[in-house]
Design a protein around this ligand. Structure first.
Ligand SMILES: [Zn+2]
Length: 354
């Protein structure tokens, strides 16, 4: 039987709330609509993901992000925050979006506890497979104070990335060097009380090491890439990859051309999909196993169809990576782990505590 997949990072709520995409519609309909009326916000490319594409691609679970953009000079974002209170105020509609999506659609489940995960996985043996949403905050500024952590968790948040490119008041980001702050250290303690997933994506590397030292719970880099291919702070050094693997964590690789080849530019020909398999293979070689890598596509998170490898025309195509891994000699069980099993293991470690 074909494996089921997990995509560790998708900005679904951002696409729905900020870009006004109706994620219940097929990808082709969004494209037709946006050819006439482009969505608000910075240029985002041709739509790659909506719910029908995810279900068609046998994607059973996604790391569904809550992302709000900070105010930075020259930002084209339609909505930016200047203060934690503003970050909170703009993030809540994204949380509400996910909750409403799950309330109103039998095919969507907000993953609060492991029982929810079990039900979603079982649904893939029926005619009505479901999509589970594992909620992760990307950039922790919407957590105004430590007492907010419980508020978010009660409503379904199961993971937190402390930082984003520009950093937050909790930690430096990949475009804004800086350590964990005292608030960041306190936030990690508060997250540990709930055994939340610590998402290391976008953290400045020194901050990532300190976070790994301090945080006892499950860890991942939800959407990331090895620095061996593109030497930028956003990418993970082999040493950091090993540290994540030593914690039984998972690294979700992003099939975004700019993160596969540092010389690629928007407008260039798309790269071959084999490049993504090479990157997955690199992580397996560095860690000596196939248990620390997965997919974190970040589709429609600032790039679209033009900027992903050939053969990926929507989320429905992510399973094609399986046959490329098989050509490289990966076994069926390794492929199942890479396409979904590794993420499921890490997410369930969080969910069993609820
Ligand atoms: Zn991101």
């Amino acid at each position: 039987m074909k494996p089921i997949l997990v995509d560790g990072h998708l900005d679904l709520a951002y696409n729905a709330v900020i870009m006004k995409r109706d994620l219940l519609r097929p990808v082709v309909e969004i494209r037709e609509q946006e050819a006439v009326t482009p969505p608000p916000g910075p240029p985002s490319g041709t739509c790659l993901t909506t719910l029908p594409a995810l279900l068609e691609g046998r994607i059973a679970v996604v790391g569904a992000s809550i992302f709000v953009a900070p105010a930075i000079p020259g930002s084209l974002e339609p909505q930016v925050y200047h203060t934690p209170q503003e970050a909170f105020r703009y993030a809540v509609p994204q949380l509400d979006y996910y909750r409403r999506l799950a309330d109103e659609n039998e095919r969507v489940v907000l993953l609060h506890a492991d029982a929810d995960m079990k039900a979603v996985l079982a649904s893939w043996n029926t005619e009505q497979p479901q999509l589970g949403l594992f909620l992760v905050m990307e950039g922790a500024d919407p957590i105004r104070t430590l007492s907010d952590v419980g508020w978010w968790v009660e409503r379904g948040l199961r993971g937190v990335g402390l930082s984003w490119i520009t950093g937050t008041r909790y930690a430096g980001g990949d475009g804004a060097p800086g350590p964990l702050t005292d608030d960041g250290r306190k936030l990690l303690s508060a997250m540990a009380d709930y055994n939340l997933l610590l998402d290391l994506a976008h953290l400045w590397e020194d901050a990532a090491y300190e976070a790994l030292d301090r945080y006892p719970g499950p860890v991942a880099a939800s959407h990331a890439k090895p620095r061996a291919f593109v030497d930028r702070p956003r990418m993970l050094s082999d040493a950091l990859i090993r540290r994540i693997a030593a914690r039984d964590g998972v690294i979700g690789v992003v099939p975004f051309n700019l993160m596969l080849d540092g010389t690629w530019r928007r407008g260039n020909a798309r790269l071959p999909l084999t490049r993504v398999a090479e990157i997955i293979d690199h992580i397996c070689q560095v860690t000596g196993a196939a248990s620390s890598v997965g997919i974190g596509s970040d589709f429609d998170g600032g790039f679209g169809q033009e900027a992903v490898p050939e053969g990926l025309e929507s989320s429905a195509d992510l399973g094609k990576l399986g046959s490329l891994l098989a050509e490289r000699g990966y076994t069926d069980s390794d492929i199942d782990a890479i396409l979904g099993g590794n993420w499921l293991r890490v997410m369930r470690r969080v969910l069993v505590a609820f």
